[in-house]
Design a protein. Structure first.
Lengths: 602, 670
């Protein structure tokens, strides 16, 4: 993993290596400055008109160092900015590209919201870590060591104070750290609860108001609000306590040093300590303690970032579970026929952290568990140009079944054939450009309506786009908009209603003019009249030759299909036309009756 | 009519995006709309981008003065504590600054011995005395610092908690339009970031400012006392520092703003394309997405480098100025020492202060921006607090009396008469909609002259295509929105005359997507009747057909509903909603697309549950699926907010109009 992360420095090695070196020079000068100032102070005690020149030279020397640090500081800031931003950009780009190559199964396992946090906040965390790794994490120890060396050089006797101080500071910070972790954890929990209470209230405000539960909600809020306040005070008091404790340590050291130092100067002049050295020593004390804290803070950042590194690393370590490496480049889908031969499928799920731990005790390594077969021994054949309905209750694996056709998931047993060839033989692009799915959950992207429909075919003309929109019954509502096809859809396409969204998604799929078109319950938000119009358009010459698969829960949406496949808990329960199934398939009959009651009663 | 402005469409959006990204939601609000084309003319800006630009402006308070006044009002509620804190801060700062002064006697005593050959023991005794005073001073400084930060923490948490409570309680009484106009994340950010900024201000800026001002003033005064001549040099340095700070911040501001924008653009792109990753793959859009992202990413890198270089240069420049200042002080000081106008220990002590006055000045400059952003945050909260409560001028209330025969609550309208007496009319829930016209946005009516009647215990249905205005009618009946023209009456009483909470307490709603609350299933059912017993909960669940699935869950009725609601299906959630309506025992039932998001088998289960629930109740049904409305006494077909057909099922079928088309459209092969 370290190797992987090193690869993101590519193109910025020069800056990455040079930054810590510059920082070292900077720290070296910074450490010399108190000593220089001590010299200057010493000279002040003996200064007179004759040796004034020497003092001036020392001052010039100091100013020279100052300009040098400014210059180095500027260059270091520049280099570290270039290095860390470059690293971050490389990281984000590879992460984005990697995720683009993951399969549906990988995405399901990691979960979309988790992917997004990993790519945004975790990536930022790693960027910060990188920056502190080449700047703060380098400077802290440099300063600490150099300050200690200088202090010892001034007086090894006075330096004995560090034997006490350094461990004292470290122990204090570590103990506090340990005590803080559970407190902050609790605070985060309370914050979560606080947020979810407000969110629940806002989302459910209609329920709150219709049930006249405003007072009840206020009480509920009061509890989480106070709970959060208490946890907050507890955790932060601990943090506040830190500052006086450290103040105490620093000041204690200074006083002790002043005592011993002045004692030494007064009673043991043979030890050769000067007042200037004493003042420099005092400033090294604060230097040592503050760099000690920087080091520890950097350490905390590292520890915090470790979780992020792990989470991001997991993405890089994920092998796409479906690959087209061995596919035939030249192969293209010849026609719209589909065949399933004894197909079985089950989802592979990665165990959650918690369960993993439990498992560790029992046996070593079952990281991936599989569910039972979602699809079992499914076989059927669809001819090119046919319209086939698939029906079954929620959870009967209809959606899973159709997602095997464009090889979004990989079958566990058996094979799926498209255009007479196993789907594994095709390159993804070749296969998926001929198989289009309009999904249950419709997703549009920001950009204009036209941009979105054009996804189906990047080189499409305006006429083609309009024709697709007309067939999807989207043209009319698009034209009602002020800017028509140029209307901007917000993020996630949230400026149009659910039904309109579905129609735009259908237009997008139609524009592609694939050989196989699959509708996965994709007209649920469209009213029945519009639904019928879309179906009529699909029967027009334009789209006639396309193999159409319509997945539905409602018999009326599929009863006019050439053939219907009835799925019941992962198995095919029946195949045939509406009339045939109505007669000889129990499940179909049951669904039909449940949806027809009113009509029969008429 | 554009579907865009109906709240039903908006509501769906809120729910759908909420479902998808509970946490990310909040962040999304802060981001401006992502621009695909990075450069764009002002005139080409879309509505959303304009809004985003406006939002950015809101980072500055519009009326800083009055917001500050109000904010001070909140803070001064803790007056006594604040005074104590102020005293402690002053004490702690004075002690800290002054303690450096004690250094001088130490150095002079040493100098006395080594330069002038003074008595060593006497000098050392003097040093010890100074050091003891110093220890006491430092100890005092440390304890006072701890004391005031601790008090301030309590005060700030109190301000935070109070503001949050006030905002939440106020929100409970706001009209629904408030919630329709805002996204959840936007409201959440008032509670988190806006109020958080105020609390940061109270907790650290207040004390920090006092301490910095005292520190700066004291340090500079001491320096002037020690040597006003040398101190003259620092005015130049201060001017230089101020100039640097302001110059760099001014230069950084647009850069950081731009960096913020590119970060937002990059995060927005990631969010959108990862959320839509399955579509990306289906349309083989991976390579294009990679290319687009790499462009955005490069832009992010470039602006990031620029912003970071400038901000990284700030600290070297500042320390450089301090050091030049030190050198200047030494040079002038040396001249003074030579001419005998200054002693060396005095100069050495003075030099200590030269390094120290920069920090408080920088911190004063820095707290200005915290103050501004806290004021902006407070202002946004105040804006919400300034929105009026739902109007509720109704005088008529509900009287509840336990019927002796039935053991059930008997409800009646309690109407105050002019002569001071009260008249009681039994609640029958005979609902009449009379010539109602309504618009969310003035000039575009969503409902036009709609009239309908639901007799006691009967079912009235509204059907029509998406955006026809069906849901709006329910929003008017419970007075989420106020009618523009016409009237709605219950038992002959205009709903405007009824107190809102009492009006709503006769109605039970089952909404299309009504969310469950975080808590147990039992809690959720009991929401309909807070004092319900366990038996009542189970009875209600049985009516709603929910009992059997709840029992199968490992924790039964104690199953926790998680905030993402992922542990139960949409259909099961809807059954719980129905149980909630059932337990409330309310006589008027409103079903708004209650079954549109579940499959037919579940829908059947729900319908069976609902039939039991509907017994002896007046029911209003909203549906776009017609199988659920057939047995209604009256069916109203809406189109573009107007009634186009009205009657019972057979009448409407016989009419052969829109209803016939919609109804048969389902069964037609075409």
């Amino acid at each position: 993993m370290f190797k992987k992360f090193c690869s993101f420095i590519k193109g910025y090695w020069f800056f990455t290596v040079l930054t810590p070196i510059l920082i070292f020079v900077d720290a070296f000068i910074e450490i010399r400055l108190p000593k220089l100032m001590g010299n200057i102070v010493n000279m002040l005690y003996t200064v007179n008109a004759e040796n004034r020149h020497e003092l001036n030279m020392k001052l010039l020397e100091m100013l020279g160092f100052c300009f040098l640090t400014l210059l180095i500081g500027y260059i270091a800031a520049r280099f570290s900015a270039i290095a860390s931003m470059g690293f971050s950009a490389n990281l984000k780009r590879s992460l984005f590209n990697k995720v683009q190559d993951l399969s549906f199964e990988n995405v399901d396992n990691i979960k979309i919201s988790s992917l997004i946090t990993r790519m945004t906040s975790d990536a930022n965390m790693i960027q910060n870590m990188f920056k502190s790794a080449i700047v703060t994490f380098v400077k802290g120890p440099y300063l600490l060591i150099l300050a200690l060396i200088e202090a010892v050089r001034i007086s090894s006797k006075l330096s004995s104070v560090f034997y006490v101080v350094v461990p004292a500071v470290i122990i204090t910070l570590v103990i506090m750290g340990f005590m803080l972790v559970p407190m902050f954890k609790k605070m985060l929990e309370k914050t979560d609860k606080f947020n979810s209470t407000i969110r629940g209230n806002v989302n459910g405000i209609r329920v709150v108001k219709t049930f006249v539960r405003e007072e009840f909600e206020k009480e509920k809020f009061e509890k989480v609000n106070m709970g959060l306040a208490k946890a907050n005070i507890k955790a932060q008091t601990m943090v506040l306590f830190l500052s006086p404790v450290l103040m105490f340590i620093i000041y204690g050291c200074m006083i002790l040093t002043l005592y011993r130092g002045s004692h030494s100067i007064i009673y043991y002049p043979e030890e050769g300590l000067t007042i200037g050295e004493l003042t420099s020593f005092v400033s090294y004390i604060s230097q040592v303690i503050s760099s000690l804290m920087t080091v520890l803070m950097a350490f905390v950042t590292m520890v915090m970032a470790r979780a992020s590194v792990k989470r991001v690393g997991e993405i890089f370590n994920t092998e796409p579970s479906v690959k087209d490496d061995n596919a035939d480049e030249s192969l293209s889908v010849s026609d719209g026929s589909i065949e399933f031969k004894n197909v079985s499928f089950r989802y592979n799920t990665v165990l959650k952290e918690k369960d993993k731990k439990k498992n560790k005790h029992k046996n070593k390594k079952p990281e991936i568990v599989t569910t039972g077969n979602i699809l079992e021994d499914v076989s059927f054949k669809i001819e090119s140009g046919e319209t086939v309905g698939i029906i079954g209750a929620t959870g009967s694996a209809k959606s899973t079944l159709i997602q095997l056709i464009p090889r979004l998931y990989e079958v566990n047993e058996g094979e799926v054939l498209v255009g007479g060839r196993n789907v594994k033989d095709y390159k993804f692009r070749a296969l998926r450009s001929e198989v289009s799915i309009v999904m249950q959950k419709n997703i549009l992207f920001s950009g204009t309506i036209k941009d979105n429909i054009r996804w189906g075919k990047p080189e499409a003309t305006d006429e083609e786009i309009e024709a697709a929109a007309r067939a999807a019954q989207a043209h009319d509502f698009i034209m009602e908009k002020e800017k028509g096809y140029e209307t901007e859809l917000g993020q996630g396409g949230n400026t149009v209603s659910g039904g309109q969204k579905q129609r735009l998604c259908i237009a997008r799929a139609l524009l592609k003019k694939p050989k196989i078109l699959i509708f996965d319950d994709s007209t649920s938000a469209v009213d029945t009249a519009t639904d019928s119009k879309i179906k009529a358009a699909l029967r027009s010459d334009e789209y006639k030759g396309i193999t159409k698969i319509i997945v539905a829960q409602r018999i009326t949406s599929i009863m006019d299909a050439d053939r219907i496949i009835v799925i019941d808990s992962g198995k095919i329960s029946g195949k045939g036309t509406h009339d045939e199934l109505k007669e000889n398939n129990e499940i179909y009959k049951e669904i039909f009756i449940s949806q027809q009651e009113g009509v029969l009663a008429q | 009519m554009s579907e865009k402005i109906t709240p039903e469409a908006e509501e769906k959006e809120i729910f759908s995006s909420e479902e998808a990204a509970p946490q990310a939601e909040e962040e999304k609000k802060k981001k401006p709309a992502r621009k695909r084309k990075v450069k764009k003319d002002e005139s080409e800006m879309t509505e959303e981008e304009k809004k985003a630009a406006e939002k950015k402006k809101r980072n500055k308070p519009k009326d800083a003065k009055s917001s500050a006044k109000r904010l001070i009002g909140y803070i001064t509620k803790q007056k006594v504590w604040l005074i104590i804190v102020a005293v402690l801060v002053v004490l702690s700062t004075v002690v800290t600054v002054a303690s450096s002064l004690i250094m001088q006697p130490v150095y002079s005593a040493i100098e006395d011995v080594i330069v002038r050959g003074g008595n060593a023991d006497q000098a050392f005794a003097k040093i010890v005395k100074s050091l003891v005073i110093m220890s006491v001073a430092y100890l005092l400084a440390a304890t006072t610092t701890f004391a005031y930060t601790k008090i301030m923490l309590r005060v700030s948490v109190k301000v935070l908690t109070n503001m949050r409570r006030e905002l939440f309680n106020h929100m409970q009484h706001l009209p629904l339009s408030f919630f329709d106009k805002r996204k959840t994340g936007e409201i959440m950010s008032h509670f988190t970031s806006d109020i958080g900024r105020v609390s940061d201000l109270v907790q650290s800026t207040f004390t920090g400012l006092i301490s910095s001002v005292i520190q700066a003033v004291m340090t500079i005064t001491i320096m002037i006392i020690y040597s006003w001549q040398i101190t003259l040099t620092i005015t130049v340095a201060i001017a230089l520092m101020m100039f640097t700070v302001f110059f760099i911040t001014a230069k950084c501001k647009p850069l950081f703003k731009k960096q913020q924008e590119t970060v937002a653009a990059s995060n927005g792109y990631i969010e959108e394309y990862i959320r839509g990753i399955k579509v990306v793959k289906i349309f083989c859009h991976e390579e294009k997405a990679k290319k687009e992202f790499s462009e955005i990413n490069e832009e992010y890198r470039k602006t990031g480098v620029k912003a970071n270089i400038i901000s990284g240069t700030m600290s070297p420049i500042m320390s450089m100025i301090t050091r030049i200042n030190y050198a200047a002080a030494v040079a002038i000081g040396a001249t003074q020492v030579i001419s005998g106008r200054m002693t060396v220990p005095r100069l050495v002590t003075y030099l200590q202060y030269v390094g120290n006055y920069g920090a408080p000045i920088a911190s004063i400059a820095g707290s200005y921006s915290t103050l501004i952003s806290a004021l902006a945050g407070a202002e946004r909260v105040f804006e919400v607090l300034d929105i009026d409560h739902e109007t509720d001028e109704g005088k008529i209330t509900i009287a509840r009396k336990v019927s002796e025969i039935m053991g059930y609550d008997e409800l009646s309208w309690e109407i105050p008469q002019e002569n001071g007496e009260v008249k009681h009319i039994p609640v029958k829930c005979d609902v009449e909609v009379k010539d109602v016209t309504f618009s969310y946005v003035e000039g575009t009516p969503v409902i036009k002259n709609v009239s309908a009647h639901a007799n006691t215990g009967k079912k009235l249905a509204f059907v029509g295509s998406t955006g026809a205005g069906k849901t709006t009618i329910t929003n008017l009946i419970n007075r989420f929105y106020e009618i523009d023209e016409g009237d709605i009456t219950i038992d002959g009483i205009s709903i405007k005359d009824i107190k809102k909470s009492d009006l709503r307490s006769v109605m039970a709603f089952v909404l299309q997507d009504s969310k469950l609350f975080v808590g147990t299933i039992k809690d959720n059912i009991k929401y309909g009747k807070l004092d319900a017993t366990d038996e009542e909960v189970i009875a209600a669940a049985k009516i709603a057909n929910a009992h059997s699935f709840i029992e199968k869950l490992p924790d039964g009725y104690e199953t926790e509903i998680r905030s993402d609601g992922n542990n139960i299906s949409a259909g099961q959630a809807q059954l719980i909603n129905i149980a909630r309506a059932a337990i409330s025992g309310r006589p008027l039932l409103v079903l708004d697309e209650a079954t549109s998001s579940v499959d037919t088998r579940t829908e059947r289960l729900i319908e069976i549950g609902m039939d039991k629930l509907m017994e002896n109740k007046t029911v209003l049904v909203i549906a776009h699926r017609l199988s659920t409305v057939r047995n209604s006494e009256q069916i109203v077909v809406l189109e573009g907010g107007e009634i186009i057909e009205q009657g019972n099922h057979s009448e409407l079928i016989a009419l052969g109009g829109k209803y016939y088309q919609l109804y048969t459209g389902i069964y037609e092969m075409t």
